[in-house]
Design a binder for this molecule. Sequence first.
Ligand SMILES: [Zn+2]
Length: 284
Amino acid sequence: MLFPNVDVRLEAVEFTADVLVVVAAACGPPPRCPVCRARARRVHSCYERCLAERPLSGQKLLVRLRVRRFFCDRSGCQRRTFVEQVSGLSERYRRSSLGLRTWLRQVAVELGGRAGERLCRHMHLTAGRTQLLELLDPPPVPERAPRVLGVDEFAFRRGRTYGTILVDVEAGRVVDVLPDRTSETFAAWLREHPGAEIICRDRASAYTRAIKEAAPHAVEVADRWHLLQNLAAAVEKTCHQHRACLRKRVDEVTSRTRDPAADAAPSPRTTADADHRPDPAPPR
Ligand SMILES: [Zn+2]
């Protein structure tokens, strides 16, 4: 059975080059108005929707589904007409069936965007990586901030749009993502989600301002990644500033370890450099 436990009447099956088209009509009892919940009694009109379904025997499957538009007769209800949805098959505004959306959501959960898109191509499912990612529901944000809260900027589009990512450092999972990286937005979040005792951050002054304003009792610490990054940058900068000294030192070591045979017959260049050569090491 193609649609078990679904209120549709199968009317025809059509084969095209690479798509199997099922023509069906909704035949369930009159639905309730989505606004006032009164049960409809009069049909306004019918029209056809086209829903992508899960493939059947490796073939793409489309459902041409005839649905009814009903009047809402309750006086005072703001809704004059509404379209029925077939439970277990269709949803408002969706162009794919409920079953197909469940499949695609599961693919997105397990594989994410790019890998999910590749798998869908093999399974004759039409879904781009953006479409897959849009199926993911964000997990609920806890009412209280975690005890150790990590905060850092987050690139929605690298170099263009940045937000803020908040992490439960002890549990190692993302708690929330804020739409920008301003101190006002982060401070508002801290006020709505109290409870952070330690806040682990980079050295951006915007986050410090927000912490001092909205969570003054929290201890601020620099996280290990940013400490190492800052240390590496400082070492690189110092080496760059002292590169002349370093080069001189390298020359000294090189000249000390040079082959003695080369010293026996110095070339004109080495003779000219001799004045700059350091004194030989004193005898022990
Ligand atoms: Zn109504």
